[in-house]
Design a protein around this ligand. Structure first.
Ligand SMILES: Nc1ncnc2c1ncn2[C@@H]1O[C@H](COP(=O)(O)OP(=O)(O)OP(=O)(O)O)[C@@H](O)[C@H]1O
Ligand SMILES: [Mg+2]
Length: 256
């Protein structure tokens, strides 16, 4: 079976009036089908750029990107993406924002009504279906964005700092939920996060990037059994992995 994602020698250079910026240099790694990968690295090291390139929203300057063995040449259909900022349409309600994904793909809303309801329950937005984005907190908006990324049942989910705006407790609950979604639906997930503990708790492997220009410094495997629970956070394996990732980052900009 093909890998879900193959990155080989991926580079990204942004040209600019005051000189160009090398955001990514020679990024090479693979993601297996149904694997959960976390990507960590200092601010500005190219994580969001990397997700956009994987999703086919932006071309690489050099190198090869393949999804399920096929070279990426434009937006890939079987991917759900949660951007760093939720980008909701202000005039649409929560439900309509989630359905936006269906409208774009010309899917029938009626066929997905139950699924929309299940997702709203899953992320704890019941009662807010008919509200508009300005009536929601930042964390709630991000949860709408998560539903929108999942509604068309993609086989791959790319998430860029999805829980950054959530309070610590809600964030931990969402981590458990994401693990549950992943275990139940067996999606391939790539999660960009600034939280070392979140990366280790969720991922099979943590890709640690260098600061700009972003390169893969090392990939740290996390051999914790599933499902992981709050008890997993007490294990030596968990703490060793956190120590390893932190040592590799060695950057004060990172938070727990
Ligand atoms: N569209 C663009 N045009 C020009 N430069 C860009 C563009 N997008 C990103 N960059 C530059 O590329 C580098 C990487 O940006 P990127 O947003 O990928 O970083 P990041 O790792 O996601 O950072 P953060 O953790 O703060 O979200 C930065 O130096 C940024 O200024
Ligand atoms: Mg980013």
């Amino acid at each position: 079976m093909n890998n879900a994602i193959d990155l080989e020698g991926v580079c990204k250079r942004f040209p600019g009036k005051r000189g160009s910026v090398d955001a990514l240099v020679n990024v090479t790694f693979n993601v297996a089908q149904r694997e959960f990968i976390a990507v960590v690295g200092a601010s500005g090291c190219g994580k969001s750029t990397l997700l956009r390139i994987i999703a086919g929203l932006m071309p690489a300057s050099a190198g090869n990107v393949a999804i399920n063995g096929e070279r990426v040449q434009g937006p890939a259909p079987g991917i759900g993406i949660v951007f760093q900022t939720p980008v909701l349409l202000p005039w649409r309600t929560v439900r309509r924002n989630i359905e936006l994904q269906l409208d774009i793909r010309k899917f029938n809303r009626g066929d997905y009504a139950q699924h929309v309801d299940a997702l709203i329950d899953l992320v704890g937005l019941r009662g807010f279906e008919d509200r508009r984005p300005y009536e929601l907190s930042g964390g709630m908006q991000q949860r709408v964005a998560l539903c929108r990324a999942l509604i068309h049942q993609p086989s791959m989910l790319l998430m860029d700092e999805p829980f950054g705006a959530l309070d610590a407790l809600t964030r931990e609950t969402m981590n458990i939920e994401v693990q549950r979604i992943w275990m139940e639906t067996r999606k391939t997930i790539v999660l960009v996060t600034h939280s070392i503990s979140e990366a280790v708790f969720l991922a099979d492997r943590v890709v640690v990037m260098t600061s700009r220009p972003g390169q893969v410094r090392e990939i740290v495997p996390v051999d914790l059994p599933r499902p992981r629970t709050f008890d997993s956070m007490k294990s030596d394996t968990y703490h060793d992995a956190i120590g390893r990732v932190r040592a590799l980052l060695n950057a004060r900009a990172m938070t727990e």
